[in-house]
Design a protein around this ligand. Sequence first.
Ligand code: IMP
Length: 445
Amino acid sequence: MPGIVIVGAQWGDEGKGKITDLLAEHADAVARFQGGNNAGHTIVRGGEEWKLHLIPSGILYPGKCCVIGNGVVIDPKVLIEELNALRARRIDVSGLRISANAHLIMPYHLLLDSAGEAKLGSLQIGTTRRGIGPCYADKAARLGIRVQDLLDEKILKKKIVAAMEPKRLSLRPFEKDPALDLHTMTEEYLTYGHRLEQHIADTAKLMWELLDDGKKVIFEGAQGAMLDIDHGTYPFVTSSNPLAGAACVGTGVGPKAIDEIWGISKAYTTRVGAGPFPSELHDEMGEMIRARGGEFGTTTGRPRRTGWLDLVALRYAARLNTMTSLVITKLDVLSGLDRIQVCTSYRGVEGPVFEDFPYHQTVLHHAEAELTELRGWEEDLGECRAISDLPDAAREYLEFIAEHAGAPVALIGVGPGREQVLWTDAGLQTLVAPSGVPLGDPAGG
Ligand code: IMP
């Protein structure tokens, strides 16, 4: 801190929301910088469960400044539903600020996402069908509709017409869909504008002010490094950059605003959607991890693909993010195993061994995981509250991960609750501000 980025180090669903929620208690603001409601965070607090898709996890702290940055794509209908659901549970949402420059997911983006997937047939990406890709495509094509456009009827209408014009052919099958009627769409989006107006702001300026005042800001990523559109397993990726570098562009600050970069990884690997996954398990062990880890998507409910921890990919993610610390979540899921496997290299079809993540798609698609076997442990970890409570084999596993990934472990998750998080010395040091003042008592948080 003061500027700490939380990013996914795998294919998403690593538990970023929970970690953000934990750190948010000691922060002044939380800012989302990319993705949209393709993401889903589950936070368990005081026995209650919260599912968030767009609003930063910090919202559960009364009045906390929560920013939806310009790099996020917003489905306003989903955002309003999320706000209403929070209000209904008496959560103070007054701290929410939405970038006027963020792009909006429109009804045609949703239709085009699904139609695009259907057209790809067996080659489909397995998107969340939330309109994310088509929205970012319009942004790049300079045909996007932005949050600020919701406040000006004339401009909104003009922009919708301009955005739909080049899509006429692909939208033909949906001609009769009432959601595509210009009048209906404009009216609907103007209503969203009225509902959101109190939260719309110049969020880049807000970020500068916060950072100038020495406030602690968490930059909250969605998805994970391997889904990055530039560095991930393209084309089986999302349409944004879930990397630490994007935290700057997606909120409007420079790289010097960032002090710490925490990469979140599960103790094993999961992936939803299609694409290469060298350490995937297609056997009973994979089933066991899915069942014990509750590996079903928060957003789509899809069963997640499961596999051993992939240290080739994790090391790659550590480099892509200049990760300063690692957080290992769901370590408890691996309890009761005699031996644990980890992927430490890949073997290509003709036998070459890859210690580094292969840049070539064809190589990656045929790569097989080479596994290293480590000692497992019997003990249930749910009651562990300090690193010293962990069995030796679990500590060895964490040391092996840190050494291979090239980043120290700061935090370890041993269950869904807030108290089921263990802080290492490296983690505690991170939470000490440059002035040397500890930022609260994380263990008691
Ligand atoms: P899209 O982001 O909906 O376009 O989907 C592209 C790919 O990213 C698909 O494989 C999705 O399953 C995956 N994806 C998108 N968001 C998430 C997420 O939050 N967690 C895990 N996978 C995701």
